[in-house]
Design a binder for this molecule. Structure first.
Ligand code: ATP
Ligand code: MG
Ligand code: MG
Ligand code: MG
Length: 432
């Protein structure tokens, strides 16, 4: 007998069919001579009815005290049952316990730290399954976008010798007695690869030793980064809005039911499926914030609070561009028409979420780049190979980085970034 997924079994065409399912016990109760066992698999939950008249009192007695999360297999007939979750149930003709589960540690009502200690078990909840599926579709749609638009997928290194996003958040590792770091971004390596393939992208883990615990910072996250030769900042912003709107459209098409179950307000997500996205300059952002009474002056970086206030002005994701040069990395190209700002952009997600993408045009002039490395207190010797890229056939080029968990958090409507990963890493947590 072939096993079916639970979601497949739960529809009108299956009424009266004889099927087998398998999964884990999610809930159970015994009333009279009948056990009502809710079985969960990757696709859903179904109620299985085990009748002592048919399958024996011994089994029903055993099921009375069976531990939650025991694994089981059942075969039987599908029935319509409006009182059962999803409207269907399986009248068991055979029922087998495959793996026992004694005293499952999560019973409901536990505190956050306890649940995080038991994350390997906590992730079994149907809610996590839905989040993981949304993330799957985010990743799939991202890959689909690049593949169908002529971009090459490449694999930059994770172990690196140089810092990309600044020393404060570096994770050092011992590399055969030499000091190395876990990658914060693939960008510098992608810049080398555009001289080979012109339009490249990668999906890698990035590591940031973030000192404070916030709702949107992880120590390890998945970073989706395109980089392209000959692209201006404007060209790259178009890629960013096409990519993000494509991802949102795909999730709305394929994961609508999961989004609704997660409590996502679909109507508020829909505008993000339609590019273009609005653009404002950093100058305007500061003006908007000052008008709203925020204590900010030109030259200050936008933090989570400032970003949240700005998002109230927009229904869609929106770009902030032309940041002051001193708050952005050394590799950002200075605006030829205003040396105080760089050709950089952030994409901010609405509804309070804030930055999901950071990107811009890269400095392609050797002397200017060298000067900026020195200006930011970095050692040019560490960047010799990177400077070489400007010595041998330099070209204008641009790129950006999308935080996959940031995007998923917003699209799924979650309060905290940790729930976008099964085993999140942040300060104070490395187990399990
Ligand atoms: P933030 O201002 O929120 O600290 P950032 O400007 O330092 O982010 P970038 O260096 O621009 O981040 O990295 C590109 C993208 O990577 C960000 O737009 C964000 O989506 C994501 N990202 C950055 N840091 C983290 C982190 N600690 N955890 C999860 N995602 C992150
Ligand atoms: Mg940061
Ligand atoms: Mg930022
Ligand atoms: Mg940024």
């Amino acid at each position: 007998m072939e096993y079916r997924s639970i979601a497949d079994v739960m529809n009108k065409d299956m009424i009266g069919a004889h099927v087998c399912i398998r999964g884990w016990i999610y809930r159970r109760s015994v009333v009279g001579g009948k056990a009502f066992i809710r079985v969960r698999d990757s696709s859903g939950v179904i109620q299985v009815v085990v009748d002592s008249g048919r399958l024996g009192e011994e089994l029903v007695n055993e099921l009375k005290n069976i531990g939650l999360e025991a694994s089981v297999m059942a075969c039987g007939t599908v029935r319509e049952e409006p009182r059962a979750p999803g409207g269907y149930e399986l009248e068991a003709e055979s029922f087998k316990i495959t793996g026992y589960s004694r005293d499952f540690p999560i019973k409901g009502g536990e505190g956050l730290e306890y649940l995080l200690d038991n994350r390997h078990l906590w992730i079994r909840s149907p809610r996590f399954a839905k989040i993981l599926k949304v993330k799957h579709t985010v990743l799939e749609a991202g890959r689909e976008y690049f593949t169908s638009n002529g971009w090459w997928e490449v694999n930059p290194p994770i172990l690196t010798a140089s810092a990309c996003e600044g020393g404060a958040t570096l994770f050092p590792v011992d590399y055969f007695g030499q000091k190395a770091y876990l990658s914060q971004s693939a960008q510098l390596y992608l810049e080398a690869l555009i001289y080979v393939l012109e339009k490249v992208w990668s999906l890698t883990p990035s590591f940031r030793a973030e000192r404070s615990r916030t709702r949107r910072h992880l120590a390890e996250y998945w970073h989706l980064e395109p980089e392209a030769a000959w692209y201006t900042m404007e060209d790259m912003m178009r890629v960013a809005e096409e990519l993000v709107s494509h991802i949102v459209r795909r999730v709305l098409e394929e994961r609508r039911g999961d989004l609704i179950d997660l409590g996502r307000n679909i109507e508020r997500l829909k505008p993000a499926a339609e590019p273009p996205y609005p653009r404002i300059r950093y100058d305007e952002a500061v003006e908007i914030l000052q008008k709203k009474g925020v204590n900010i002056k030109w030259g200050d970086d936008l933090g989570a609070d400032e970003e949240r206030i700005l998002t109230m002005e927009f229904e869609k994701p929106f770009f902030v561009t032309h940041f002051p040069r001193q708050i952005k990395s050394f590799y950002m190209k200075v605006d030829p028409s205003n040396p105080n700002v760089v050709l950089g952009f952030d994409l901010l997600a609405p509804e309070g979420y804030g930055e999901i993408i950071g990107g811009g045009e890269r400095e392609d002039n050797y002397d200017v780049l060298y000067q900026k490395i020195v200006e930011q207190g970095l050692n040019p010797d560490d960047y010799k190979w990177y400077l070489d890229l400007r010595r041998y056939g330099s070209v204008p080029h641009s790129g950006f980085g999308l935080g996959v968990e940031r995007a998923t958090m917003w699209i799924a409507g979650l309060d905290h970034i940790r729930d976008t990963l099964p085993f999140p890493r942040f300060r104070g947590r490395i187990y399990p």
